[in-house]
Design a protein around this ligand. Structure first.
Ligand SMILES: [Zn+2]
Length: 218
């Protein structure tokens, strides 16, 4: 596999994660082309605290090429998108939340989902974001039951769907700490809020959220 991958990189030059265009040499590091950097929609606002969850940053708008890239990352075996996508979340965290968190963690998928997908996309994002922020991400939560994908549900149903679905597995890692919770997309915030509730129940003093993109529930 390693050899095949190396050969692949040689034969197929790196492409923009958003539009698929072959990248110029100086665009390769972030894996996003100049045109996309200019044209993607950025969110200017932080989401205000809600329930157990403090402020949430999510720099991109979940639409168009951003949405397509995140869906490919989640469902099409493009684990290699983790680093370029996480860079957006990490840079926003640095801008907004510098010095405001002690522990970086993520909103995990269920065991069934991980088996089916082969990876936990939120863990890959958190690891890549933490690395860019000069720290490491630690596992602190588990999803105790499999839930239906939230994407087809309305706000109230989303809340019900994830209620009680997360549990803190390492309370000693979060007790008295300010936790930064990473996820791919924030829509109503139901998943992040539920994770925050579990972390606060385990003694976390504050939970901030960071996602790559924010969607409006519709
Ligand atoms: Zn592009």
């Amino acid at each position: 596999m390693g050899i095949l991958r190396a050969l692949g990189a040689l034969l197929f030059p790196p492409k923009c994660v958003f539009c698929g265009r072959v990248l110029e040499k100086n665009e390769r590091e972030g894996r996003v082309c100049r045109a996309c950097r200019r044209s993607i929609e950025y969110n200017e606002n932080l989401r205000p605290p809600s329930g157990a969850l403090g402020e949430v940053c999510a720099p991109l708008v979940y639409s168009g090429n951003v949405r397509r890239a995140i869906l490919r990352f989640k469902f099409r075996d493009r684990a290699d998108f983790a680093r370029p996508l996480a860079a957006f979340a990490a840079d926003e965290v640095r801008r907004r939340f510098a010095g405001r968190y002690d522990v970086v963690t993520w909103a995990p998928v269920s065991r069934e989902r991980r088996r089916e997908r082969g990876y936990d996309q939120a863990m890959l994002l958190a690891e890549a974001a933490a690395e860019r922020l000069g720290t490491v991400a630690v596992s602190t939560l588990e999803k105790t039951r499999h839930t239906d994908p939230n994407s087809s549900l309305g706000p109230e149903e989303r809340r019900e769907n994830v209620r009680g679905a997360y549990r803190a597995t390492e309370p000693e890692l979060v007790a008295g700490k300010r936790v930064l919770l990473i996820d791919d997309v924030v829509t109503t915030g139901a998943t992040m809020r539920e994770c925050a509730r579990a972390l606060r129940a385990a003694g976390a003093s504050e939970v901030l959220g960071a996602a790559v993109a924010a969607a409006t529930a519709d």
